[in-house]
Ligand binder design. Sequence first.
Ligand code: HEC
Ligand code: HEC
Ligand code: HEC
Ligand code: HEC
Ligand code: HEC
Ligand code: HEC
Length: 372
Amino acid sequence: MKIIKLINLLLIVSTSMLLVQCTTDPIPGEDGKDGMDGMDGADGASGTAECAACHNVSTAEEVHASYLFSAHYNENMDHQEPGGGPDAPFVPLSRYGNRGFGPNFGTSTCTACHTSDGYIDWTEKGTALTGDGVGPIYPGTQTITCNTCHGNHTSFDFENDGYDYALRVVAPVTLLADASVTIDYGKDGMTSHTCATCHQPRSVFPLPNEDGKIAVNSRFGPHYGAQSSLLEGIQGAEVAGSLPYEEPASAAHRRGSSCTSCHMGESTGNIDGLHSTIPTETSCVQCHTSGIPSGDFLVEDIKTLEDLLLAEGLLKLNDDGSVSPVGGTYDLIPAQALWNYRMIYYDHSKGLHNPKYAKALVRNSIEALQGN
Ligand code: HEC
Ligand code: HEC
Ligand code: HEC
Ligand code: HEC
Ligand code: HEC
Ligand code: HEC
């Protein structure tokens, strides 16, 4: 396989060099005929130009330079801060290969998104390795590298298939926590499917027990990958209230932008965009032509909801100032309000990914709690 690819590549490169020679080095005196040759040359040139648009030194430099500023590069995806004080060793998440969840996932869990090798296994073979919950299942340093996201080109027919950037995942993503939902950003947005594979929720709002109550533990919520479901406008606990919930996949940020356009778009020249994955304002101003609205538009409401949940005893204040859910069995509405608070928290964008949906979840939760 590799050899055939290499031969193909060499063929493309060598033919195009011949063609470039034809067009850039015409023989004087035969202008008319050379002109015809030139047409053929144009086809060849577009072939390599297409490869060279990505495969060139300055792009490579830009990619590497920007990547150094990303959390993907700087944080070890495999390590979890322990509760045991600053000197306690970090806990490798890759030991938790035995935590089952989701109809789609068998029994291997944390390893799929928290180790590079596990992600490659998952996306290539359909599952990451499982283990006993004691030793690390994928040993060694497990940070996200180029090879985590990029593998081989699946197609060189860019015109019909779009640019796959040799990404492991460009196909729509069926959610682990709810196999009835497939996130499909279309051909133009297919590079963002890579993001949605890891940045997806691990659980959905639980079914009530026989008394109509909801069991809650200290990790209640969708997990840190809530970005793709918030952007989609799904999987909030849609408490009734004065603000409507719009159709899934209809939000302006979902339809007109994407994970990669906002997070990997053209840099402003500061440290943002490209492979830093830090949102870049060049992507926002395409729509927000008269100024980018403040990202703090929902902060006060989130605080109000937090205070109500603290007062009702569903959240508790920790010594370090953070809050966490209090395990127990609760009525539907307070549990829904807690879920919505946790979904916004885990998403980490303070509701910006989908302002209308986030506002509806938070404000309707506040109304419902105040009416209780
Ligand atoms: C292999 C799983 C995986 C893939 C694929 C992935 N991410 Fe991440 N992402 C993570 C993890 C894990 C973290 C937490 C930081 C770390 O441990 O590397 C993270 C962190 C981030 C952060 C910073 C969050 C913070 O707390 O500072 C952003 C932004 C981000 N990812 C965006 C993206 C985008 C955009 C894509 C698609 C191009 C993407 N990610 C693809 C797993 C992934
Ligand atoms: C579907 C992919 C996925 C799976 C499976 C997954 N996580 Fe995560 N997790 C993420 C992403 C993505 C982030 C980072 C998001 C961000 O920084 O905003 C994250 C962040 C975390 C964090 C917070 C960051 C840190 O390092 O402190 C912890 C803790 C964590 N995950 C634990 C787990 C555990 C334990 C499991 C298995 C039971 C697990 N995760 C399974 C995607 C996943
Ligand atoms: C978190 C996943 C992820 C990681 C890690 C990653 N890339 Fe990418 N890369 C992408 C995505 C997604 C795109 C397509 C971006 C878009 O749609 O604009 C891309 C695009 C590219 C491009 C084309 C850029 C352009 O401007 O045309 C190159 C080259 C590239 N990556 C190389 C690398 C290299 C080298 C590394 C390691 C230093 C790396 N990537 C790490 C996801 C990733
Ligand atoms: C839209 C951007 C883009 C275009 C166009 C593109 N590539 Fe790539 N290609 C990438 C990225 C990104 C990678 C993976 C990261 C890296 O190796 O820099 C890659 C990897 C490769 C690899 C190594 C992986 C594999 O598939 O075996 C080869 C070979 C390759 N490209 C050949 C080509 C050829 C030949 C063309 C033109 C017909 C081409 N590429 C066009 C972005 C592109
Ligand atoms: C409309 C543009 C936009 C889109 C679309 C978008 N994001 Fe974001 N995202 C942002 C902004 C802006 C922030 C807030 C950054 C901040 O507060 O530092 C953010 C925050 C985040 C964070 C938390 C970063 C942190 O510092 O904690 C992650 C992770 C993330 N986005 C991943 C994604 C993923 C994955 C997708 C696609 C499912 C996505 N985003 C789609 C603009 C966007
Ligand atoms: C495709 C066009 C488009 C792009 C690109 C876009 N936005 Fe938006 N944005 C909108 C529209 C339309 C609204 C109002 C509707 C809504 O809330 O969904 C909005 C709402 C917002 C809000 C909520 C304001 C409020 O008070 O309710 C914020 C904050 C925001 N955008 C920030 C950003 C940032 C930051 C970026 C770039 C990272 C960005 N937007 C990119 C179209 C866009």
